[in-house]
Design a protein around this ligand. Sequence first.
Ligand code: NAP
Length: 296
Amino acid sequence: MGERVHILIAGGHGQVGQALAHAVWPEEVRLHRPTRTDLDLTSEAALAEAFARTPFAAVVNAAAFTAVDAAEAQPDEAFVANAEVPARLAEATRRAGIPLVHISTDCVFDGALDRPYAENDATAPISVYGASKLAGEVAVLSGNPRAAVVRTAWVVSARGRNFVRTILDAAASRSELPVVADVVGSPTSADDLAGALVTLSLAMVAAPSAPTGVYHCVNAGEASWAGLAAETLRLAGSRTTVVPIPAADRPAPAPRPANSRLSCERLARDYGVTMRDWRLAVADIVAELQRQRVAP
Ligand SMILES: NC(=O)c1ccc[n+]([C@@H]2O[C@H](COP(=O)([O-])OP(=O)(O)OC[C@H]3O[C@@H](n4cnc5c(N)ncnc54)[C@H](OP(=O)(O)O)[C@@H]3O)[C@@H](O)[C@H]2O)c1
């Protein structure tokens, strides 16, 4: 067997972190997924100790303050997790001379564009969460020359809390569900995203000259929340129907971009990664959730 390749997954127990743990990695890769108590990402000393203990070949940062509405009232916490932690990881990985793959979000955009966002479209966050994630992107890209920022959106999976699970749970007790129909985005399977992150991080480990910068990674196609809900219910064989409503009827503390579609051409061009249609991904998730429900 060749030498071990140690990869640190920060936030390795969140929705995307768990998908990274379930992804297919080469046999020589050893993933390290410390919990918050194992490794305090906000502590420079704790990070330095972790790096001194293990010769990491790369870091994938899936840690974040992801409570978009709560961030409006907790900006300090959001900026610590979404900007300061990435800055520390950028510094630690730069010193170690290794790549950093950092996950970001469609919420760095204001959503006013009438087409899918490209990587170089102007950012203009409209929420504290979006502003904190944008600050994290800047910190990562300026802190380590071997860094990739991977923006994703509308992440769903058979693990953790997410829209698909919420819809199926709600449908169990209701015949009609009001769902926002005038916000469009790119639903994304955490597992499909994890597969792309595996390819990207291994390529960056293998070649110090591998392309860097911002990448978009979402499943192909687009949907409104109402469309995603309807497809989820159809796949589950549910008789519950979706009642389309405008976003204005469901006010939330944090505004969301009305257009969250992301174009993934750069990832295909630089790393040969193409993402399947979101409907195929959601079909797998619904099937997995149904398997979990019938399992003893
Ligand atoms: N979910 C989406 O729809 C979506 C959309 C676009 C982009 N993203 C991005 O995708 C990435 C992963 O999101 P996710 O859906 O997997 O989120 P998640 O399920 O909320 O997981 C985030 C993880 O980060 C950890 N974390 C937060 N602050 C930390 C800290 N200070 N120290 C150590 N760990 C910390 C959390 O630990 P605890 O459980 O202990 O809090 C949790 O395990 C994030 O960068 C997010 O911005 C997500």
